[in-house]
Design a binder for this molecule. Structure first.
Ligand SMILES: Cc1cc2nc3c(=O)[nH]c(=O)nc-3n(C[C@H](O)[C@H](O)[C@H](O)COP(=O)(O)OP(=O)(O)OC[C@H]3O[C@@H](n4cnc5c(N)ncnc54)[C@H](O)[C@@H]3O)c2cc1C
Length: 396
């Protein structure tokens, strides 16, 4: 990789990106393309330390645009999952409401409606492979930092330390960097997901596996949703969602590390649904409850001279298919502002970035908040609306 132009603001500066998710790794790639000196500090012990989750779709005017800017479009095309962008929607009795598998689609790269899906692990590996060797410091869980002579001294859980001139918090919604910028805490959206991972679904829940058909499956009935997605390794991830009180996870009496307890709860909660959904719950040996939180849409903080946030750490929002795309757009905007030569100093560049980031996040966060209740706990009306939307898309 060659440095493409002289860096002004970043010359002789060490940049620490904390968190090696899609946002942090994309930023590292973009900055390295400009010749910047970057290190990513990631909590995981290595690339394969944990399943990264199922698929994410990148969008024409955000994620895919960033892939182009990062010169990673060929790598993306080599790793995405053709056909996984299709949707099948069923009701609780498995009557098919929408089936994109039956629709022929000419959409492809370059088409603004094409939203190719990629396995999160494959995306992460692709981004890591594009970085200079040893850019990622694994097993580096950030704990605290201190400003000493205008540089940050970072401390990690494994006892190591690092010094950086600029720190970027990209460590997701439980960011430990965020409190150095703001006290504003996340709020609860009203919806909670119980996420489950299934290995070898073709053996343990073959009917669901066939319905999913290596793409997106959504099952909806009044007040309840189950969404199922394929993983790149052949497994499945599912999300059983609904509206719950804020402290439900704590007060439910369910030990979520005991898969039999969660299974018993889900079978009761989804009583009256076709039993093939219960095979999904039965096959799952690892459940994670996720309250869907968000940072307030009107949040603001004073720009610091050498510290900022990107991705979920900056603007967590309920899932709406935009989170990864938005984190990547943050990376692009921040990299642009820091390297364009347009700004007098790093603080001015960060201020310009934060303004763009906030404008985008407020808009998308509002849409995500408005959409999450209809998705997690749909009414008959919202199911009808969703079907109409899919039909309109099919006619585009
Ligand atoms: C159920 C669900 C479904 C979703 N589906 C989609 C979707 O389909 N499309 C989409 O675009 N978005 C989706 N999202 C949102 C998306 O996952 C996030 O918005 C996105 O991952 C944010 O990227 P990030 O890089 O900011 O943070 P993250 O992906 O959270 O990455 C943060 C990284 O930091 C590391 N880390 C954490 N703490 C520390 C620490 N203290 N020190 C060092 N490293 C640390 C983590 O290990 C991780 O690697 C979904 C979210 C949920 C909950």
């Amino acid at each position: 990789m060659e440095a493409s132009k002289t860096i002004n603001l970043l010359q002789n500066k060490e940049i620490a990106i904390v968190g090696g998710g899609p946002g942090g790794l994309t930023l590292a790639r973009l900055l390295q393309l400009k010749g910047a000196n970057v290190k990513v500090y990631e909590r995981d012990c290595g690339k394969e330390a944990r399943i990264q989750g199922a698929i994410v779709d990148l969008h024409f005017d955000s994620g895919l645009k960033v892939m182009e800017e990062a010169d990673l479009m060929d790598a993306f095309k080599a790793n995405y999952m053709p056909g996984a962008d299709k949707y099948r929607m069923v009701d609780k009795d498995v009557n098919v409401l929408i089936d994109e598998h039956n629709q022929s689609s000419d959409a492809g790269f370059g088409d603004e409606h094409f939203r190719p899906e990629i396995d999160r692990g494959a995306l992460r590996n692709m981004l890591i492979d594009a970085l200079l060797p040893d850019t990622v410091a694994w097993d580096s869980q950030f704990v605290s930092m201190e400003l000493v002579n205008e540089s940050w001294e970072l401390k990690f859980k494994n006892g190591t330390t690092a010094t950086a001139d600029i720190v970027i918090g990209a460590e997701g919604y439980r960011s430990k960097i965020r409190p150095y910028l703001t006290d504003i805490k996340a709020l609860y959206s009203g919806a909670t997901i119980i996420q489950g991972e299934i290995d070898y679904p073709e053996k343990v829940c073959p009917e669901i596996y066939a319905l999913v058909n290596k793409a997106n499956l959504i099952a909806m009935d009044n007040g309840k949703t189950i969404a199922v997605q394929p993983r790149g390794d052949g497994g499945l991830t599912f999300y059983a969602s609904s509206l719950y009180p804020e402290d439900w996870i704590k007060n439910s009496g369910i030990d979520f590390s005991d898969s039999e307890q969660v299974y018993a709860y889900l079978v009761k909660y989804y009583e009256g649904w076709n039993p093939i959904f219960f095979t999904l719950f039965e096959a799952c040996k690892h459940f994670v409850p996720r309250p869907l939180n968000y940072f307030p849409l009107d949040q603001n903080w004073d720009t610091k001279q050498n510290l900022t946030l990107i991705g979920d750490a900056a603007h967590l929002m309920p899932p709406s298919g935009e989170g990864v795309n938005t984190a990547m757009m943050d990376a692009l905007d921040l990299s642009d502002c820091l390297t364009s030569g347009e700004f007098q100093n790093v603080q001015a560049a960060i201020a310009a970035y934060e303004k763009r980031m906030r404008t985008r996040a407020t808009l998308l966060g509002k849409e995500a908040l408005e959409g999450i209740k209809d998705f997690a706990s749909p009414s008959e009306e919202s199911i009808k609306k969703l079907i109409e939307q899919f039909s309109q898309n099919a006619n585009l």
